[in-house]
Design a protein around this ligand. Structure first.
Ligand SMILES: NC(=O)c1ccc[n+]([C@@H]2O[C@H](COP(=O)([O-])OP(=O)(O)OC[C@H]3O[C@@H](n4cnc5c(N)ncnc54)[C@H](O)[C@@H]3O)[C@@H](O)[C@H]2O)c1
Ligand SMILES: [Zn+2]
Length: 362
């Protein structure tokens, strides 16, 4: 098992990464000294796969466990779901000290985290991410949220878990598309801050795809460590965390114009290539680095070009994006693999150029 410490003063906590950790969760939580009541929030798919292992581990340590189910899907990240969970928590007599265990992907992590942050002004949260996207990215950083109308992820809080348990053996039941989707943010962490990690991913991609335990453990740990390092320096997203938005200025717009048919990691992958091309056109990033990135993204099973979407609509969606700054779009762009810079000086016409022309170039 590897451990990544997230240093945030009184909000500090540990991320544990390893194979078979679910079965030891009871012991871990006993060690922290929680009371005897716990709530698991999960969805039917994850409950079917991992609910029993987790529940047994908790029951065998004497915990009383209540499982609350949220149906599948992004649309469940809503105030209605949160409202229903508040009712169920209250029905179960959950108290301020009753921990909520978020067992699932990013959707469960976000909505259960939001409920943990707000029920009784905050109850202890344990993140147990089960997708590669959640283990390598979304469960780290304390952003918990629901969607509301056009406001995606905008009703939320910064709320850190007391402990995060990333059991990499849960990744074995993901579909190849889900695994690839999670790789996008992991690749992003290499591009923005760690060229050596990027090279490691290039060398070990086949082992990641064949779910080699040791390699997966290393990759999830390093990805978590990189994100934690940024979050430690900018917990409330007032500056440095902007670099995590590499690939997202364009990616978010693709995701929303596609009406979520293009998944988050897939949209970020397309966004990373388009934004690398922008950096190349600005004379900051070598064409060789753009090609390296494109090659790794392709090998990871991710798309590299916008699907059948209107470029004009993508540009419009970007203008609505939160990163709009006094009429200018904010971009985090790579200047080499492992280094990034922030700029507000990218014109919509340059974006249009890379999105349209991108289809013909390398
Ligand atoms: N809070 C953040 O900082 C942050 C960052 C990035 C993304 N997100 C959010 O994360 C969400 C996307 O997360 P996601 O990609 O994990 O999606 P998800 O939670 O919808 O999970 C994807 C699918 O995998 C299934 N699943 C989960 N674990 C599984 C397992 N071990 N085996 C088999 N199937 C499994 C789920 O039931 C679901 O159908 C979005 O809502 C996005 O906004 C949040
Ligand atoms: Zn993202």
């Amino acid at each position: 098992m590897r451990k990544v410490r997230v240093r945030l003063g009184s909000n500090s906590y540990e991320i544990q990464i390893g194979s078979g950790l679910l079965a030891q969760t009871g012991q871990q939580l006993k060690g922290i000294g929680f009371g005897d009541k716990l709530v698991i929030v999960t969805n039917p798919t994850v409950k079917g796969l991992y609910g029993d292992i987790l529940k047994q581990s908790l029951i065998s340590e004497g915990f009383k466990v209540n499982i609350l189910e949220v149906p599948e899907g992004e649309e469940q990240k809503s105030l209605e779901t949160a409202g229903r969970l508040y009712d169920e928590l209250s029905h179960f007599y959950a108290e301020r000290t009753t921990p909520i265990l978020a067992l699932g992907g990013g959707v469960i992590g976000d909505v259960a985290g939001f409920v943990a942050a707000t029920y009784m002004r905050g109850v202890p949260l344990i993140q147990i991410p089960t997708t590669l996207l959640a283990q390598g990215d979304s469960s780290i950083g304390g952003k918990v949220a629901v969607n509301h109308g056009q406001l995606k992820n905008k009703i939320g809080a910064f709320y850190h878990p007391r402990l995060t348990i990333s059991d990499i053996s849960t990744l074995k039941t993901l579909s190849p598309r889900e695994l690839s989707d999670g790789l996008a943010e992991i690749i992003k962490h290499g591009v923005i801050l760690d060229g050596e990690f990027f090279s490691y991913l290039e060398k070990n991609l086949d082992k990641i795809k064949s779910l080699d335990d040791q390699v997966l453990e290393g990759v999830v740990s390093r990805s978590a460590e990189i994100k934690a390092g940024v979050v430690e320096k900018d917990e409330l997203d007032l500056g440095l965390r902007n670099i995590l938005n590499y690939g997202h200025t364009i990616g978010h717009a693709i995701e929303s114009v596609s009406e979520l048919k293009v998944w988050h990691g897939e949209a970020v992958a397309i966004g990373m290539i388009a934004e690398a091309r922008i950096s190349n056109k600005l004379g900051r990033l070598d064409q060789k680095e753009v090609s390296r990135l494109k090659s790794l993204i392709t090998r990871a099973g991710l798309p590299t070009e916008i699907p059948d979407l209107e470029v004009e609509k993508i540009i419009q969606a970007m203008k609505h994006d939160k990163k709009i700054l006094q009429g200018k779009l904010r971009f985090a762009l790579p200047k080499s693999i492992g280094n990034v810079f922030i700029t507000d000086e990218v014109s919509p016409s340059l974006v249009e150029q890379v999105l349209v022309k991108g289809n013909e170039e390398t």
